[in-house]
Design a protein around this ligand. Structure first.
Ligand code: FE2
Length: 219
């Protein structure tokens, strides 16, 4: 273990301000990208080239089009393996057929590496562990790097809020269980990096996020 932390760069883009994260180990130059918003692939790729990085994986935290809008394009540019939970595969294969369709056509994207609870991705000296957190969608996951105490939460947990549950396969009961039993049991100094909005810490969400407090009270 390096004892250091990976570098995290944010790419906030697309019509609903979705955040893609370029995460890399400065010592080995290996990288992974977590979510690829619409219009962001070329910007991310430019940065990858500038830093001389090698992108090993592209992860979808879930299948909604705003998170995979430019995923196919980034895959073509980098050759990295696309990884996602299989339960959202149907959304990634048909992003234009969603109940709320994208404002412009999104290229379908197939995940070749399935991520299930406990799946690990090694990037440089870091290990990103998949935490399966359904509820916002049936295939929602979070990525956790324990040593660096960082957690990428997609649309499951936000600073001050939680993911909506009114889209297909969403469930309040299920997201509530995911957050209270899987995320809130992690150390409180863990920093969270959501798919929209500001980053935060688990401690701050535990103490100030009213949705999280309601979910914990119900258990
Ligand atoms: Fe979403």
């Amino acid at each position: 273990m390096s004892g250091s932390t990976p570098v995290i760069e944010k790419f906030e883009d697309g019509p609903v301000w979705t955040i893609g994260y370029l995460v890399y180990d400065v010592s080995t130059k290996e990288a992974l990208v977590i979510d690829v918003p619409m219009w962001s692939a070329e910007k991310i790729y430019r940065r990858v080239k500038e830093l001389g990085l090698s992108v090993k994986y592209i992860v979808a935290t879930h299948g909604h089009w705003d998170h995979i809008g430019d995923m196919k394009k980034l895959k073509q540019l980098t050759g990295a393996a696309v990884c996602a939970n299989p339960s959202d595969g149907w959304m990634m294969r048909d992003p234009n057929g969603m109940v709320i369709p994208p404002p412009e056509r999104v290229e379908p994207c197939e995940a070749e590496t399935p991520l299930v609870d406990g799946s690990e991705l090694r990037v440089g000296n870091f290990r990103f562990k998949t935490i399966y957190t359904p509820g916002h969608s049936a295939g929602s996951i979070c990525l956790y790097e324990e040593e660096a105490a960082i957690l990428f939460t997609g649309d499951t947990l936000f600073a001050g809020s939680v993911g909506r549950v009114d889209l297909p396969t969403g469930s309040m009961e299920v997201i509530s269980k995911s957050i209270s039993e899987k995320l809130m049991t992690l150390p409180e100094d863990v920093r969270i990096f959501p798919g929209h909005g500001a980053d935060s810490t688990l401690k701050r969400e535990r103490t100030t996020n009213q949705f999280v407090q309601m979910m914990s009270a119900e258990r």
